[in-house]
Design a protein around this ligand. Structure first.
Ligand code: PEP
Ligand code: MG
Length: 591
């Protein structure tokens, strides 16, 4: 029995779920490789031992790859990038050189190579590139494991499901843990946007990361409570804490069960007005989650992920496989794929890795981003459009162009599409010639020209996250002006109304795919303004559907007119609070 006291540690919740369970602490990554000198006649044998470990690591990765071919296409490309790291000169040749030159053991030589690589990464100012060192470390850890002759995950072979606690969990470990008897994981390293976090969320595996010293605080067999949303971890909880969490978790389960009732009902108001509720996703692993939550399409597929983890640009076949899977899984529902949206705050590491001159951009939010970047790198853009067109026959595709600010950008894109279509025709490849093309309305110039754009496209997608940033001149990632970032600013609401009206005047549908769409306070206002589709993170869908099914369209319309008259966001919120208490049942108000 433990005599150590209970305590609460705050980490970063990266994948939701509340779990109470016993832990298994994995110490692999904290092993310190010892140094020992070898007699010259044993050196070649040592080199061979190292090469065998590298070969074994590759085999492990490849077998993991085979195992998951069908259901985890995106995660597989992360595995591929790790196979490439494994072949890197810096790791393999350098380690062999150190063994041969110093007559030392392979573990120590590998540690030397690794610290040289780390020193190089440390000099890179961009935090995203710096972060990629963790990928190199994961690969080296796999080699260490084989050199030490141990499989750390052997520890979790018991019958009772456990919470894994480790210094760092690699994306491959996450995939593997998902298939084992695992409830959740806790790690010392990692952040919201790490590959590991993305994969954990996709696989619905609750996780908290960024928990310094957690492998020292916990011992195998200890109990924990973790909350994958808030990042709170209760170490060795008291009976009272366990009871509180059990109640909380029960409350959440009851709420989820109640919400599950709505997932497969029509998205319509009491008076029969229907809208489309669809999902925003980033990787195909999220598809089961999308279907489970009753989405009627993908309203926004952020296509950046394929460009994000590879060592080079993704090829046409890789992109085609992603889009085909999306379209075939969701058919006959529409799938809206947004073309590459890099720049600004997104994927700067990707840009600076491949386009070093872009480091000099003084104001990246107003720089070569999104559609501007795609038109600048037109070959890269053409590859994406070609793979989209080829995939179009597998379902209902809508192509969405980000950050369009002038008609010229749309015309240039259409010209590229025409050329690709004529190439495909000549090659005898099949595609949908009348594929739907839309623009994101997320800068004020697109709003002002909405009537003109509406004649040229098949649909509008309002990107409120950026629209708020660009219309109010508020950097969406700047903590000092975060309080001014206001979806209920009258200028924002008027822009949305203007865009919806302009779209409808030309008979094209208008969706909202920014965070506003999944915000329970904003959604009724958007619906009342006439928005045809709301696209949001999958878990929010049942909440919005429940709200919709408790609404009357005529009241929503009236509500929107009233909110449009509010002088500022605060007044709008106060007005909405009283509207909610008058028209919606308690469970909606509190969800
Ligand atoms: C938006 O800007 O509202 C949007 C949906 O796109 P992102 O958040 O990816 O910029
Ligand atoms: Mg945007």
């Amino acid at each position: 029995m433990h005599t150590q006291p209970s305590k609460i540690i705050q980490g970063i919740g990266v994948s939701p779920g509340i779990i109470i369970g016993k832990v298994v602490v994995i110490k692999r990554q904290t092993c310190r490789p010892g140094w020992y000198q070898l007699p010259p006649e044993q050196i070649q044998q040592e080199v061979q031992r190292f090469k065998d470990a590298v070969g074994g690591a590759e085999q492990e990765l490849l077998s993991l790859r085979k195992y998951f071919t069908d259901d985890l296409a995106d995660a597989l490309s992360i595995i591929d990038s790790h196979v490439l790291i494994l072949k890197d000169r810096m790791i393999v040749e350098q380690t062999i050189q150190i063994i041969e030159q110093n007559n030392v053991n392979a573990e120590w030589a590998l540690a030397q190579s690794l610290s040289q690589i780390q020193a190089k990464f440390d000099k890179i100012p961009d935090p995203y590139i710096k972060d990629r060192y963790s990928d190199v470390k994961h690969v080296a850890d796999r080699i260490y494991g084989l050199l030490f002759g141990q499989d750390p995950y052997q520890l979790i072979q018991g019958d009772e499901p456990v919470v894994v606690v480790a210094n760092d969990v690699s994306p491959e470990d996450t995939i593997r843990l998902h298939k084992e008897n695992i409830l959740a994981f806790l790690a010392e390293k990692g952040g919201q946007t790490s590959h590991t976090a993305i994969i954990a969320r996709s696989l619905n595996l609750p996780a908290v990361v960024g928990l310094e010293y957690i492998t020292g605080v916990l011992q195998t067999g200890d109990e924990v409570i973790l909350n994958g949303t808030t990042g709170e971890v209760v170490v060795r909880p008291t009976a009272e804490q366990k009871e509180q969490y059990q109640e909380y978790s029960l409350h959440n389960r009851v709420r989820d069960e109640e919400l599950a009732y709505y997932t497969h009902l029509n998205s319509e108001t009491i008076d029969g007005y229907t809208v489309r509720l669809s999902a925003n996703i980033e990787v195909t692993e999220e598809l089961p989650n999308v279907l489970q939550n009753g989405a009627e399409g993908i309203g926004l597929f952020r296509s950046e992920f394929d460009y994000f983890h590879g060592v080079s640009h993704p090829c046409e076949e890789q992109l085609y496989a992603t889009y085909k899977e999306l379209l075939a899984t969701m058919a006959p529902h529409p799938v809206t794929v947004r073309t590459l949206d890099v720049g600004g705050d997104k994927l700067m590491h990707y840009l600076s890795q491949n386009y070093s001159h872009m480091d000099d951009e003084r104001n990246p939010a107003l720089g070569l981003r999104s559609i501007r970047f795609s038109l600048y790198e037109s070959q890269l853009f053409a590859t994406q459009l070609r793979s989209l067109l080829r995939a179009s026959v597998h379902g209902r595709l809508r192509i969405l162009l980000p950050l369009v600010s002038s008609l010229n950008e749309l015309y240039q894109t259409k010209a590229i599409l025409r050329n690709i279509m004529s190439d495909l025709e000549q090659e005898g490849a099949s595609f949908t010639p009348k594929v739907e093309l839309g623009i994101m309305v997320e800068v004020p110039s697109a709003v002002i020209l909405a009537d003109v754009f509406a004649k040229e496209v098949d649909f509008f997608g309002i990107g409120t996250n950026d629209l708020i940033q660009y219309s109010l001149a508020i950097d969406r990632n700047n903590q000092f002006v975060a309080h001014m970032y206001d979806p209920f600013h009258p200028a924002v609401l008027r822009m949305i109304k203007h865009t919806v009206d302009a779209g409808h005047a030309q008979g094209i549908p208008v969706s909202v795919c920014g965070e506003m769409a999944g915000d329970l306070l904003c959604a009724p206002v958007l619906l009342g303004l006439g928005v045809d589709e709301l696209s949001m993170r999958p878990p929010v869908l049942p909440h919005v559907k429940r709200l919709l099914r408790h609404s009357r369209y005529d009241q929503l319309h009236e509500l929107a007119q009233d909110v449009l008259l509010c002088v500022d966001g605060r007044q709008a919120r106060e007005f909405l609070a009283s509207y909610f208490s008058q028209y919606y049942p308690r469970e909606i108000r509190s969800s």
